[in-house]
Design a protein around this ligand. Structure first.
Ligand SMILES: [Zn+2]
Ligand SMILES: [Zn+2]
Length: 418
């Protein structure tokens, strides 16, 4: 027992002495795919970027460590070495003078997000355009909250050539324009009189650089179109039309630091789905702010005589029961306000420590009269009405003094003088 405890202690001490596990650092599993590794790097490097955490030494160290972890795990060779021999193996590999160059963490960052590797919005660096997309989800998701994904097609820095556009990494400065992309041409207008015109450099196509062997993946354009999937956290009660910003996830280019991807979260038109949970009454509730609206149909008997119950299935499946006792009349178009059965209030709109809150559910009653009756039934109803009409019935026309004949309007020439 003691031996085991000692052994365990020994392992613990070792773990403390060693640098943090690369997989743990990136928050991924050992069997993570190349995609997972990239994704983890993208998320974490933005989070711990020194521009975002000014003066925070810990974040800065983390930013460097994340770059190091990505550097090792994103290359098959070094990943294998790391998996087998850990940090020591990587150290030895480096000392072995492998030709693989190590990336400066900012350099690596710029390969993902463009520009010079800095993305503080206050910096003078050029920003790419923002990108806006609409994502539509059913009302149910706004009510219950949901974690989902969406995919956008965007321009990404080519990872094959790391944004150089060149297959062998060689990019030459254009000798015609000296890298400016433009040349000055002189035109003689008259003897001794010249006009200077700035013109696009034909040799390099205005890029200022010449690539002899273009990258086979991007064809030298340095960027490719690729789909990218993002996680989307729909929070309970988020307003329809809310804008969710994904920093630096818009189109990438080596020439700028990527702009933001902005998601407009909107509501889809209501429709029943295939599964039970997509077939609640709530599916067809209408939302206005934090309140919900519903129209419930009552028969004439119910509206007039009472004694009825209704189980309305809400957006999360729970039941809102409405009822009237015998003798309780519901006038057509009456709106019943059911407290706390509306939308959940979004946490950002709640006051501090207010706890969970909901809007109201507004139920409008619509009364439908039968237009067909069984003959016997019709006869009985008729008899009842006749009996009571004769006892105390009123003619509203007579009461309001309405004429039996039409009223004749005066002719035009008979108008009074004004
Ligand atoms: Zn390329
Ligand atoms: Zn040129």
């Amino acid at each position: 027992m003691l031996a085991r405890t000692l052994l365990l202690l020994g392992v613990l001490v070792l773990a403390v002495l060693c640098a943090e596990d690369y997989y743990k650092l990136l928050g991924i599993k050992k069997e993570a795919s190349e995609r997972d590794i990239k994704k983890a790097y993208r998320t974490l490097s933005k989070k711990f970027h020194p521009d975002k955490n000014p003066g925070d030494k810990e974040a800065e160290k983390k930013f460097v460590d994340i770059a190091e972890a990505y550097d090792v795990l994103s290359t098959e060779e070094t990943r294998k070495i790391y998996d087998q021999y850990g940090h020591d193996g990587i150290e030895q590999h480096k000392r072995g003078g492998s030709p693989r160059q190590r990336h400066d963490p900012f350099d690596l960052f710029s390969r993902f997000f463009g520009g010079s590797g800095h993305f503080g919005h206050q910096s003078t660096e050029r920003h790419g355009p923002n990108m806006e997309v609409r994502v539509a989800v059913p009302l149910r998701d706004f009510y219950n909250g949901r974690k989902t994904e969406f995919t956008v097609e965007k321009q990404a820095i080519c990872s094959e050539c790391e944004g150089s556009g060149s297959a062998d990494g060689h990019v030459e400065t254009c000798d015609m324009c000296g890298g400016h992309g433009v040349v000055i041409k002189r035109h003689q207008l008259a003897p001794g009189m010249f006009q200077q015109i700035q013109a696009h450099c034909d040799k390099c196509g205005g890029k200022g650089k010449i690539i002899k062997k273009p990258c086979p993946v991007c064809g030298g354009s340095r960027v490719i179109k690729e789909p990218e999937t993002h996680e989307l956290q729909i929070e309970k009660g988020m307003p329809s039309g809310v804008r969710i910003t994904y920093e630096n996830e818009a189109d990438e280019s080596p020439d700028w630091s990527a702009g933001d991807l902005i998601v407009h979260l909107i509501e889809t038109d209501p429709a029943y789905g295939q599964q039970d949970h997509e077939r609640t009454d709530g599916t067809f509730m209408r939302r206005r702010g934090n309140d919900l609206y519903w129209r419930e149909v009552l028969s004439l008997r119910e509206a007039w005589m009472g004694d009825w119950t209704r189980n309305i299935t809400h957006l999360d499946g729970h039941i809102v029961q409405l009822s009237r006792k015998r003798g309780e009349v519901v006038q057509p178009h009456t709106v019943e306000i059911v407290k706390d059965e509306g939308m959940p209030v979004w946490h950002q709109q709640l006051e501090n420590n207010a706890g969970e809150q909901w809007g109201t559910l507004n139920v409008e009653y619509v009364v439908v009269l039968p237009d067909m009756m069984e003959k016997g039934m019709e006869k009985e109803f008729w008899a009842v009405w006749e009996k009571w009409r004769k006892k105390g019935g009123k003619s509203l026309d007579k009461e309001w003094g309405r004429p039996k004949e039409p009223i004749v309007m005066p002719k035009e020439d008979e108008h009074d003088e004004l």
